[in-house]
Ligand binder design. Structure first.
Ligand SMILES: [Zn+2]
Length: 185
């Protein structure tokens, strides 16, 4: 799923665990952070984004080449698979539980945000699914829908997800207004 939507749904799911929410939000976008870091790295230090290239291929061509270079970059490849692996998550979670305990705290909050990301991506990636137990197994489980690919209901998914986000925002606003009204009575 799109990085921003991961953050949104994690907020909705964990909003009542106030002390853990900021950490869960960071956890929920953590597996995708490498794309943004490396995007700017390639943009600044690579030789794709140049005046010449833009003149030759146009903006769309340059952006396409940038995206291609991003996902082909070995650092992105390794960290993308590691960040979306339930095996890697499990090892880190075991360490967190050992040192910080089970209870909801900053650390477990971060881990649950991260877990939510891995599970949602497991369900919403088809052709671009990642080996779920990377690096110990090549097993790839393909999700029932793709969050973007029209050949796998990507258009329906986007529409339904968009409607649900809209409804969730309305619900949260109504709750907030009601709560502040009660407080002022
Ligand atoms: Zn992801």
């Amino acid at each position: 799923m799109n990085t921003l939507h991961h953050g949104f749904w994690t907020y909705v799911a964990l909003r009542k665990k106030k002390e853990a929410v900021p950490y869960a939000l960071v956890g929920s976008v953590f597996p995708d952070l490498i794309y943004y870091i490396m995007f700017f790295y390639i943009l600044i230090f690579g030789d794709i984004f140049t005046a010449n290239a833009i003149e030759e291929m146009g903006w769309a061509g340059v952006v396409h080449d940038l995206a291609h270079a991003l996902f082909a970059h070995p650092v992105v490849e390794v960290l993308r698979e590691a960040g979306h692996s339930i095996f890697i998550w499990g090892i880190v979670f075991a360490l967190v539980v050992y040192y910080k305990g089970w209870k909801m705290n900053k650390w477990t909050g971060f881990m649950y945000g991260w877990l939510g990301h891995v599970v949602i991506d497991l369900l919403t990636h088809v052709n671009d699914a990642i080996p779920i137990f990377y690096p110990v197994s090549d097993l790839i489980i393909r999700g029932p829908v793709s969050y973007w690919d029209r050949r796998h209901y990507g258009d329906i998914f986007s529409l339904v997800n968009g409607i649900l986000i809209g409804l969730a925002i309305i619900y949260l606003i109504i709750k907030k207004v009601n709560a502040s009204r009660k407080r002022s009575l």
